[in-house]
Design a protein around this ligand. Structure first.
Ligand code: 3HC
Length: 325
């Protein structure tokens, strides 16, 4: 189905239709699944929503790893709820993508064979309990910074999914900050663990916003279509400005010796991530890419008997209904 959609692209360049579509976007109208849309708009949404859905699902792996090792029953229950929320976010997003004519199976197959990406951040390991704090604080913090504006995105189903997701993401960020605060205010060893987690996760979190604006291939068109509401660098700067005072409050040091407040700009000046590392990670060479995809492939293969059983049941039910008519 996805391949057929791409083939029909040649019939999509009617200038009047394109202008009317852009006028709707500019007027702030929502585009709904049955409305006419340029194939580029549809493809960009499938790519972005699909990548986002995959990120929510793959993102369960580094945290799921810590559920059995959470230090108290309360922490375990909170982490379990958070990881379940991420599964729910993935499902809202797959549903939104399906309204564009791609199936969930097609999206999953594109993830599993490497045609679709998921967020770079989940290719880094979570080594100890302090990392659970840093993930909630920094990773969910970066995710919210990116996702709050997406509540106003032009595609109706995506925008509505983002409203539900953002409500839960802010709880995730707070639980992470609470974990890291406890560690930072704990014994010297615990504070050291919190600092170490910040040292390792700071730059991978900055990378979540995507490459710098000069290297972002999709930003200009996506912003014209209001699929994205801000550039990658704008959101990264907002994240730095919000997070540095939080680190100071915790008595932790952001691992950037050149970080300083710039009075004139009204923003922090900061050092960019190592972009060669970012491109390496999104090409599949991060520390955990192989493990993450192996885990998703295993889950897909192990679940085949369930999918087959459900399909056989649905077919049998349809055949019975047909025979009765
Ligand atoms: N990880 C992996 N790939 C990335 C990336 C990242 N952090 N940032 C950019 N890329 C990829 C793009 O997908 C694109 O590759 P492609 O052409 O093969 O698809 C390429 O790098 C160039 O980047 P662009 O800036 O041109 O790409 P976009 O315009 O799509 O911008 C984005 C990237 C800002 C991530 C945008 O897609 C976006 O806002 N997506 C929605 C939010 C999202 O996906 N969030 C995932 C975060 S994790 C999460 O939410 C889970 C939560 O529980 C923590």
């Amino acid at each position: 189905m996805y391949a057929q959609m791409i083939k029909s692209e040649a019939t999509q360049d009617d200038p009047e239709k394109l202008a009317a579509f852009q006028a709707r976007i500019d007027a702030g109208e929502k585009i709904e699944p049955k409305d006419w849309m340029p194939e580029g708009y549809r493809k960009t949404l499938i790519r972005q929503i699909g990548q986002h859905a995959h990120s929510e699902i793959v993102g369960q792996l580094p945290e799921g790893n810590w559920i059995t090792r959470a230090p108290t029953l309360e922490r375990k229950a909170i982490l379990l709820a958070k990881v379940q929320d991420e599964a729910g976010h993935g499902l809202y997003l797959y549903c939104a993508a399906e309204t564009l004519g791609v199936t969930r199976d097609e999206l999953t197959e594109m993830l599993l064979d490497g045609r679709m990406k998921y967020s770079s951040i989940f290719n880094y390991p979570t080594l100890n309990w302090a990392d659970m704090g840093a993930v909630g604080w920094l990773v969910d913090g970066a995710a919210i910074m990116n996702q709050v504006p997406l509540q106003r995105t032009s595609f109706g189903p995506y925008s509505r999914a983002m409203i539900r997701i953002c409500k839960e993401e802010s709880f995730h960020q707070r639980q992470g900050y609470d974990v890291i605060r406890k560690m930072a205010e704990g014994t010297p060893e615990q504070k050291k663990m919190a600092q170490d987690a910040l040292n390792r996760l700071w730059y991978p979190s900055l990378m979540m916003f995507g490459p710098s604006d000069k290297d972002s291939v999709h930003s200009a068109q996506s912003m014209a279509w209001k699929i994205k509401m801000n550039t990658n660098d704008e959101l990264r700067q907002k994240f730095v400005d919000q997070t540095v005072p939080q680190a100071e409050y915790l008595g932790l040091t952001v691992p950037d010796p050149d970080l300083k407040w710039n009075e004139e700009r009204g923003h922090y000046d900061y050092t960019d991530p190592d972009w060669s590392e970012f491109f390496d990670v999104i090409q599949g060479n991060g520390p955990c890419n192989t493990d993450r995809l192996a885990a998703r492939n295993k889950a897909w293969d192990d679940g085949k008997w369930v999918r087959d059983g459900m399909l056989a049941h649905a077919r049998k039910k349809a055949a019975r209904k047909h025979a009765a008519e």
